[in-house]
Every structure is written in structure tokens, then in C-alpha cells.
Design a protein around this ligand. Structure first.
Ligand SMILES: Nc1ncnc2c1ncn2[C@@H]1O[C@H](COP(=O)(O)OP(=O)(O)OP(=O)(O)O)[C@@H](O)[C@H]1O
Ligand SMILES: [Mg+2]
Length: 270
């Protein structure tokens, strides 16, 4: 029985959603059952996976289903401090009821994100989301990939706590390294033991990789892959083409398959 859950994090716009969709497809091609979670406040993973726009438009992120949250936790979101909500709300029916399936069989659940509420993490939305994630990863032989909100703020809400591995995406540039450093620190504080970096949008391999890899080795974050900049990915995003359909990206697909292998062995070689 193999079950693995990891989150894709990093600075805004570095390629988290793109890489989540590509990795989900790579795991699917190897025969795994995939469950992907979109935890971004403006979800776009459905599009990258090829789920029709009309289907996506009809979806409400779980964190915005006020009636559902109230029904399950006993408290309506936003009802202020002091309300006592159920810590173990029932969630087992949620994954099937509210997920959608991509044309290649990947299940997607859009959970959205918790707005920085006055009540911090102690709000019913977050209680429901954490419980839901815990439930999701209990099912066997499934890979769970969570596409996270950009930056670091959400890490404080603890939804990534249950992950086996935090993957940090970087692009050439100091800002993405700065964010990686913060993610590593916060992740460790949450008890996460495994980290891996993927370098994305590499244009000049010598220049870009040497600069980033020196910094990452100082931070003790292993590099698990490196993807070239490819205009086809920009075009796919502009035209809304699902990533499993793009052509002319052989190098990207080769590298993604290697990353898939490395993730698999990072978890099994212990
Ligand atoms: N290797 C690449 N080469 C060229 N363009 C890329 C590459 N990877 C991602 N992109 C493009 O960069 C843009 C941002 O990618 P993406 O939406 O995946 O980033 P993100 O980290 O999820 O962003 P956000 O923080 O907004 O959620 C998209 O237009 C995408 O097509
Ligand atoms: Mg994204």
C-alpha cells in the first residue's frame, strides 16, 4: 500500500499550478489514483487539468460553503470569537460529493483558502478543512497533491501540517529564494521533515542553476528537478489548453517524469 501526500508551495507565479498539474498527470500515467486539492483563493488548477470552464464556474470552494460548514461544525463562519464548534466534524462524504474528475481521471477538490480571519486558525472553516484533509489522506493507494496559495501566510493556518513532503518551486531570482527560506522555516516549525525544491523557468542553465543551488544547499533543501522555460506553457495558459494535451514540451515531460520518480523514492527509501 502506497500513499503519499505533498504540497506544492512557493512565491506567486513561479509555476505551482502548472507543476501540480504536470506531476498529477505523471503519477496518473504510472497507474496511481490521484486526488488533487486546490487551496488557492483564485483556483486555476481545474483549467490546467482540462476540467471544462462551465464545470469549474459552478463549483464553490469548500471554505466558502457557509451552510455546509455550519451544518458540520455547528458554527457559521464569521460568527466571532468564543463560539464552540465541533472539533471532529463529519467529512467522509465531502470528497465524493464535491470533487470533480478531469478527462484523465484525476479527482479535484477545490477547498479555497481561509481568509486571514480575526479568529486566526480557530475558526470553523479551518476546523473543517483540516479534518477533511486528514480524511482524504487516510484512503489507500492514492497520491494527494495540494496546490497552495502563493507565499507563506497560509502556512500559519496549519493545513499543510499533514503533508509528507513540502515541495518548493523557485524561479531564477532572489525573491523566490527568500520565500523558499521562509517556507522551509515555517514548515519545520509545523513538524514537516522532508523538503524538495524544483527550479522552474530556467533560461540560462549555468547562470540560473548555480546561483539558486548554492543558496538552496545552504538552506539544506535538496533540488529534485529543474524545468526549462518553455513558451508552450505560457501559450497553454493563455489559451486554456490542458497541460496533458500540450505538444513540443518533451524536455519538460522528461524532467517531470524524473521528478515523479524522485518523489516516489524520497518517500519509499526510509
Ligand atoms: N517552465 C515554464 N516555462 C514558461 N512558462 C511557465 C513555466 N512554468 C509556468 N509558466 C507560466 O507561468 C505562469 C504562472 O504559472 P502558474 O500559474 O503555474 O504559477 P503559480 O505559482 O501557480 O501562480 P500563483 O501564485 O498565481 O498561483 C503561467 O502563465 C504559466 O504558464
Ligand atoms: Mg497557482
Amino acid at each position: 500500500v502506497f500513499n503519499l501526500k505533498f504540497a506544492i508551495t512557493g512565491k506567486g507565479g513561479v509555476g505551482k499550478t502548472t507543476i501540480t498539474a504536470l506531476l498529477a498527470q505523471a503519477f496518473t500515467n504510472k497507474g496511481y489514483k490521484l486526488f488533487v486539492v486546490d487551496a488557492d483563493p483564485s483556483p486555476s488548477l481545474g483549467n490546467a487539468l482540462g476540467i471544462p470552464e462551465t464545470t469549474m464556474n459552478e463549483l464553490t470552494p469548500i471554505s466558502e460553503m457557509l451552510d455546509l460548514i455550519e451544518e458540520r461544525t455547528g458554527v457559521r463562519p464569521g460568527s466571532g470569537y468564543g463560539a464552540m464548534f465541533k472539533l471532529n466534524p463529519q467529512v467522509d462524504d465531502i470528497p465524493n460529493k464535491y470533487s470533480v474528475v478531469s478527462p484523465t481521471g484525476i479527482k479535484l477538490l477545490v477547498v479555497g483558502t481561509i481568509k486571514a480571519a480575526e479568529a486566526g486558525c480557530f475558526c470553523p472553516e479551518n476546523a473543517l478543512l483540516k479534518r477533511l484533509l486528514k480524511h482524504l489522506i487516510l484512503s489507500k493507494e492514492e497520491i494527494l497533491i495540494m496546490d497552495m496559495e502563493a507565499g507563506i501566510e497560509h502556512l500559519g493556518r496549519g493545513t499543510v501540517k499533514l503533508m509528507d513532503l513540502l515541495i518548493i518551486i523557485l524561479e531564477p531570482g532572489l525573491r523566490s529564494i527568500k520565500v523558499a527560506e521562509q517556507i522551509k522555516k515555517l514548515g519545520e516549525d509545523l513538524g514537516i521533515k522532508k523538503f524538495g525544491a524544483i527550479l522552474n523557468k530556467i533560461q540560462d542553465q549555468t547562470r540560473d542553476e548555480s546561483m539558486i543551488s548554492a543558496k538552496l544547499s545552504k538552506l539544506d533543501i535538496p533540488i529534485i528537478g529543474s524545468l526549462p522555460f518553455n513558451e508552450k506553457l505560457v501559450q497553454a495558459d493563455l489559451e486554456g489548453i490542458p497541460l496533458y494535451k500540450i505538444e513540443g514540451c518533451e524536455q519538460i515531460f522528461l524532467e517531470i517524469n524524473e521528478i515523479q520518480n524522485r518523489i516516489e523514492s524520497m518517500i519509499t527509501d526510509e
